[in-house]
Design a binder for this molecule. Structure first.
Ligand SMILES: NC(=O)c1ccc[n+]([C@@H]2O[C@H](COP(=O)([O-])OP(=O)(O)OC[C@H]3O[C@@H](n4cnc5c(N)ncnc54)[C@H](OP(=O)(O)O)[C@@H]3O)[C@@H](O)[C@H]2O)c1
Length: 360
């Protein structure tokens, strides 16, 4: 599907975008990858790391700029739409900026794909889009709806959503934060130790994202089943392995917009959610002819939970958390190549994703 094709990645310099770019180059021999983002410095850095000017083109652009997006989408077969404002507090504090990037930006990606006859668009959404509490989740939920309904605007472009929980160690996330706190201040600040979050390694998530378009017709939301961890357990492992017996843990309370447990599938959605190999697939509320042709809802196995939250998912124990962290070198005391992005070394062999569904 991706071999010899031209692929546009919005947000290609981000944590997921970097990993996706690397995996596509390694395993799929694309003809050309176009990395679309705003920061010149981030593009220069990634360009040096990849060192592949023959296949990778860097395009400075904003997803809020429809004309630039349409230029970038010329001759493109697949768009991976990753560009977003993704930090919950930042979106709470700058609500309309989040709307402009995450909502308008997604619509402009749709428009550019339609104008340029792109074959498929894969939009990356978040567990925070299910029963959203915060503005980030709300914008991702609207993004999902825009993408799903775009399937009725074209018979030739498939618009697909992938909903996922957290990737370990992405830019600005809790793992680099805890690491830096332990190493530099000998303490960890935990919002709420009882909080749980879905977590996977970057390679596993990107591997699943690359698999989704092989199954999708457009109109579905593919949901990645992921195990969960208790934030208190994560803090404890990091404090124990990176710090010493004097490392302190301070509870600072939840930030605005944060849930105690994330929801991957809400109660309303579970009525339309089915098992699909190692994924779950959420079928649309609206009528999309290609979805109805592809899926016989009566023959599919519907999920047997009311809703699926991170409190019900298989809970990673301390040894598993430690193993995940070690795989990506987050427990190394020596400086990482970058303490703010998933290191390239993280792209190691994948974990098995068997059996991460809801636990009885
Ligand atoms: N991180 C997670 O654990 C997680 C979980 C679930 C879903 N997701 C979703 O996965 C996607 C990627 O997340 P990530 O962790 O890789 O984010 P990230 O590291 O913050 O990267 C965001 C990327 O988007 C670009 N970007 C931001 N605003 C833009 C704009 N207006 N126009 C063009 N490019 C823009 C950024 O580059 P510039 O700033 O240079 O433009 C960067 O390349 C997001 O859609 C996020 O919602 C992430």
């Amino acid at each position: 599907m991706f071999r010899d094709s031209t692929i546009l990645i919005t947000g290609g310099t981000g944590s997921w975008g970097t990993a996706l770019t690397k995996l596509l180059l390694e395993q799929w021999s694309p003809r050309q990858l176009r990395i679309y983002s705003r920061s010149e410095a981030a593009q220069v850095l990634l360009r040096r790391q990849l060192n592949d000017d023959r296949r990778v083109r860097f395009v400075i652009g904003d997803v809020r700029d429809p004309e630039r997006l349409t230029q970038a989408a010329q001759g493109v077969d697949t768009i991976f739409h990753l560009a977003a404002l993704k930090h919950v507090p930042v979106c709470e504090e700058n609500p309309f900026e989040a709307v402009k990037t995450n909502v308008l930006g997604t619509q402009y990606v749709i428009d550019a794909a339609l104008a340029c006859g792109v074959k498929r668009v894969i939009d990356v959404s978040s567990d925070k889009a299910a029963s959203p509490l915060n503005l980030y989740g709300t914008t991702k939920s609207i993004g999902e709806k825009l993408i799903v309904s775009a399937n009725n605007l074209s018979t030739t472009t498939a618009f697909i959503c992938v909903r996922a929980g957290n990737v370990l160690g992405t830019a600005g996330s809790v793992v680099p934060l805890f690491r830096s706190q332990v190493l530099h201040r000998n303490l960890v600040t935990v919002t709420d130790p009882e909080m749980t979050r879905f977590f996977l390694n970057v390679r596993d998530v990107i591997g699943m994202i690359l698999e989704v378009p092989q199954h999708a017709v457009g109109g579905e939301i593919f949901i990645l089943e992921m195990p969960a961890m208790r934030i208190g357990d994560l803090a404890e492992v990091m404090a124990r392995r990176l710090g010493n017996e004097t490392t302190a843990t301070t509870v600072i309370g939840k930030r605005p917009g944060e849930k105690t447990h994330e929801i991957l599938v809400s109660a309303d959605e579970s009525e339309r959610t089915y098992r699909f190999g190692r994924f779950m697939v959420l079928l649309p509320m609206i009528h999309i002819p290609r979805v109805e042709e592809r899926y016989d809802r009566t023959a599919l196995e519907r999920v047997d939970f009311v809703d699926f939250s991170s409190s019900m998912a298989r809970r990673l124990d301390a040894a598993e958390i430690e193993a995940m962290l070690r795989r990506e070198r987050w427990l190394d005391r020596s400086p990482l190549p970058s303490d703010t992005a998933v290191p390239f070394e993280a792209l190691a062999s994948p974990f098995s994703t068997e059996g991460w569904g809801p636990q009885p």
